[in-house]
Design a protein around this ligand. Structure first.
Ligand code: 16G
Ligand code: MG
Length: 570
């Protein structure tokens, strides 16, 4: 994590005097001697402050041993409190190989509840001698029954540091008397899936890798069977796996769905370094193809990120131009298809698309004006989008960076059950919807699942990658970073689209935006790096670049820029 934010700022309760009377029962129920002994084996480097950010804790792997042990403790407490299985994933997603991270997964496969994120930060930052006190404090505040059983499932990515760190998580779970299942190597969305399955009595699926592979592949093959032969007849796809876990899992899975799609894996971890010059984050932010992949014109390609929860597509056209198809265009393809299915079934179920401020203006316009699908904007970070998407019968959410999925309410499942009585054509559409629902990972955005959904839709609609890309044209855009002394001086409103502080910044942005056509710009403090992010779009790349630069200068001047002034040119 960036930002060495002061401990008392992020964890007020840890700075308070320890005056709460600890109930005798609590002390008996926690084996404090064992906790102290094990904690010393996973000692916290004194003074190190980290924060549970949008994607959990993330920093250099060598600083994370104590965090892992303590997140094991916290997961056990959360499991006791919710009387459910809790997940712990050891990964740092698209970060460099030397980094690592950890996040907790709540009972329905969702991100950890916000109040527990605060507990996570307090517990991770408590100095060794205060750790027990913070642990007891959390148990009291959350009324955790310590006699309740705890069950925690653990997964990890392929980083060299992940195996040892996940063992530290397990140490934390067991010292609180919790049971665990170590899934070993998993993609992040696979762990979310396992947690969801385990807490819904198997109704969502079987909580094994075999269960995951079979559920998705069966749905995919069923869908492909219904496709007539048009579009790209021979269905094959090149997949850049970012030298990460996605390669291992896709390789395990491919024979389950090979009758519907053949995948060719690149950056499969056999040579290159994780996320280095490859993967979804690299392709999206540099707007160029990954290294290590040979691409012929009009070949459909996609990239996963390091833990396989993001996906972007791309291709080269016949003139040698690179075309990126990001999360916005993925959301458009998916929501258009789902809306058409609903119309065919004749249902009045509602559908909504959730985006963030980063969504390209053309995508929002296309969805609202051409597809007539309502679009909503939330703050960046999957938990915000996921939460909003739950409000609809069908909620499709995607960040432009390729992280997203679709959620289906019980009303949709009920309608499908009733479809037996419908006429043939409607029944067929309902069956298709049923398979599409099975193919989505509703617990979390999932590169493998999204890839199969996209491939199925392209096949069913007979669309080539170029036709998909041509749905609308992205407005040229530019993203920049600005270094400031304290990024907290920037606060935002309206789903991060407007700056509230520092004074004058939003007015300056408004004035700059007025100078360009079809333009829009916003700034926000990053939740994962110690920088301020700047986004600008306009009618031409030159204008978008100029606008982004001018906004960066405004941030530098008004929000306490440090180091060199932002320079023009990219
Ligand atoms: C995290 C978020 C991702 C978001 C990104 C923004 C999750 C699982 N991941 O990676 O959704 O796009 O942060 O990063 O929520 P930023 O705040 O540094 O721009
Ligand atoms: Mg990721």
């Amino acid at each position: 994590m960036g930002g060495e934010w002061g401990q008392s700022d992020i964890c007020p309760e840890a700075a308070q005097e320890w005056t709460v009377q600890v109930g005798q029962d609590l002390l008996v129920d926690m084996d404090l001697g064992a906790i102290t002994k094990y904690s010393a084996l996973h000692a916290k480097p004194s003074g190190l402050i980290l924060q549970y950010g949008t994607a959990g804790f993330r920093t250099k792997a060598e600083h994370l041993d104590h965090v892992m042990f303590r997140m094991g403790l916290l997961a056990a407490l959360r499991s006791k409190q919710t009387k459910s299985t809790i997940g712990v994933m050891v990964t740092a997603s698209h970060n460099p190989e030397e980094d690592n991270g950890v996040k907790l997964v709540d009972p329905l496969g969702e991100m950890l509840a916000p109040s527990w994120e605060e507990h996570a930060t307090c517990l991770a930052n408590a100095e060794e001698q205060d750790m027990q006190r913070v642990l007891i404090d959390i148990s009291e505040k959350e009324a955790v029954n310590l006699q309740q059983d705890a069950f925690v499932v653990v997964g990890r990515d392929t980083r060299p540091s992940s195996e040892k760190l996940s063992q530290s998580v397990i140490d934390g779970v067991t010292v609180l008397g919790g049971q665990f299942h170590d899934y070993g190597l998993l993609t992040t969305p696979q762990l979310h899936y396992m947690v969801y399955c385990r807490n819904t009595g198997g109704r969502y699926g079987k909580a094994t890798l075999e269960g995951y592979y079979q559920k998705l592949s069966k749905a995919f093959v069923e869908l492909i069977k219904q496709a007539s032969c048009s579009g790209d007849e021979y269905r094959s796809l090149k997949v850049d796996c970012a030298n990460g876990i996605g390669a291992l899992k896709l390789r395990e899975m491919e024979h389950y769905f090979s009758q519907g799609l053949s995948v060719q894996l690149f950056n499969d971890g056999s040579k290159g370094k994780l996320n280095h010059l490859c993967g979804a984050d690299f392709v999206k932010s540099h707007q160029k193809p990954p290294h290590g992949m040979e691409i012929k014109s009009n070949e459909r390609c996609c990239s996963f990120d390091g833990d396989a929860d993001r996906i972007v597509y791309y291709y080269y056209d016949a003139d040698g131009h690179f075309h990126l198809i990001d999360g916005d265009k993925i959301a458009t393809l998916i929501s258009s298809f789902l809306k058409e299915l609903l119309v065919e079934i004749g249902e009045s179920l509602n559908i909504g698309v959730v985006q963030t401020a980063y969504a390209n203006g053309s995508s929002t316009q296309y969805l609202e004006e051409v597809m007539k699908v309502p679009v909503y904007c939330t703050k960046t970070g999957v938990k915000h989008l996921h939460h909003k998407a739950q409000e609809f019968d069908i909620g499709v959410y995607f960040e432009a960076n390729g992280h997203g999925t679709a959620l289906f309410s019980t009303a949709v499942e009920m309608k499908i059950k009733q479809s037996e009585q419908l006429e043939e054509k409607k029944r067929k559409a309902a069956k298709m919807l049923e398979n599409i629902i099975d193919l989505f990972n509703q617990a979390a955005g999932d590169a493998i699942s999204d890839m199969l959904v996209i491939e199925a839709i392209l096949a069913l609609k007979g669309l080539t990658v170029q036709q998909w890309d041509a749905l609308y044209t992205d407005l040229p855009n530019r993203q920049l970073k600005v270094q400031v002394a304290d990024r907290r001086v920037i606060s935002t409103t309206n789903a991060e689209r407007q700056a509230v502080t520092p004074p004058g910044l939003q007015e300056a942005i408004n004035d700059l935006v007025k100078k360009y056509k079809l333009s829009r710009a916003f700034v926000r403090p990053s939740g994962t790096e110690d920088v301020v992010r700047v986004y600008a779009e306009a009618d031409s790349q030159e204008s978008a670049d100029h606008l982004a630069h001018e906004v960066s200068l405004a941030v530098f001047q008004l929000a306490g820029g440090i180091g060199e002034r932002p320079q023009p040119g990219f």
